[in-house]
Design a binder for this molecule. Structure first.
Ligand SMILES: [Zn+2]
Length: 261
């Protein structure tokens, strides 16, 4: 079984139904839904770090409507092809992708947002979910066959320390171009620069391209609140979305697989 590392002393955590505890007596509660909160208070910059409850709910509604299902299918085949014994999803969110991986490998989902991890642990009883920073992963060196990193921040040092492979998802050039056209006068294409992972080689690159049709303002706003544009867009541009009832936009992902040298 995959061992977890105590975030205080680095010793091994003994995980029981109610809690996790290391030999030095550092204890972490396990919630009724099964997730572990391994976040130390000095690593919390705000009271509730990570995505807010509203953002988690918007993303969950949007994903559960199936709009990104082609990406999930492509990721499942990628993981199947690698057939790892252990997998860590760094930035697991509410477990939309992670819950599929946990059928194929011993899986840990890590996210900074307690709301997201709570929902993931309710959705998926197979995987283990932890509130933890992806810059201080609660696992031992070289213990993870594959790290998945799906629209999440990443740490090249931590990934190198723990993982043999990394499967990353980044937006393709035209990702959400239809939405960007609504928001900006001159929307830019995304640059498809992959992760900067010293010590790893890029071994495969898959494209997942399709289009989605949104037919209600609620869905359009759910999509918008999942994107980085939510934070960057000036308010008068956002107001253009206020009454919009229909949106067609290309969706474009690149799945990049890196292998440790
Ligand atoms: Zn400890």
């Amino acid at each position: 079984m995959l061992k977890l590392k105590c975030p205080v002393c680095g010793g091994e955590l003994n995980v029981t139904e109610k809690m996790a505890e290391c030999a030095l007596g550092h204890r972490f509660d396990r919630a009724a839904s099964g997730y572990l909160n391994l976040l130390l208070s000095q690593n919390k910059y705000t009271k509730d770090p990570g995505d807010s409850r509203d953002m988690v709910l918007s993303r969950r509604r949007f994903l559960d409507a199936g709009y990104y299902a082609p990406l999930r299918t492509a990721l499942v085949s990628k993981v199947k092809e690698i057939s790892p014994e252990t997998l860590l999803d760094a930035g697991a969110g509410e477990g939309y992708y992670t819950s599929e991986f946990s059928f194929m490998a011993e899986t840990i989902g890590v996210d900074l947002s307690k709301d997201a991890v709570l929902r993931a642990s309710k959705r998926d009883k197979q995987g283990l979910y932890c509130v933890s920073s992806i810059f201080d992963l609660p696992v031992f060196d070289n213990s993870i066959d594959v790290i998945t990193s799906i629209f999440a921040p990443y740490s090249s040092n931590e990934f190198y320390r723990v993982a043999k492979r990394v499967v990353a998802v980044i937006p393709g050039e035209k990702h959400l171009f239809g939405l960007k056209e609504m928001l900006y006068e001159k929307p830019y294409l995304n640059d498809e620069k992959g992760y900067d992972l010293p010590g790893f080689d890029l071994v495969s690159r898959d494209c997942v391209d399709f289009a989605i049709n949104l037919n209600s303002n609620d869905e359009i706003l759910d999509l918008f609140s999942m994107t980085p544009y939510f934070w960057r867009t000036p308010r008068d541009a956002v107001s253009k979305l206020g009454t919009l009832q229909k949106l067609v936009t290309p969706i474009s992902f690149r799945i990049l697989e890196y292998k440790k040298r």
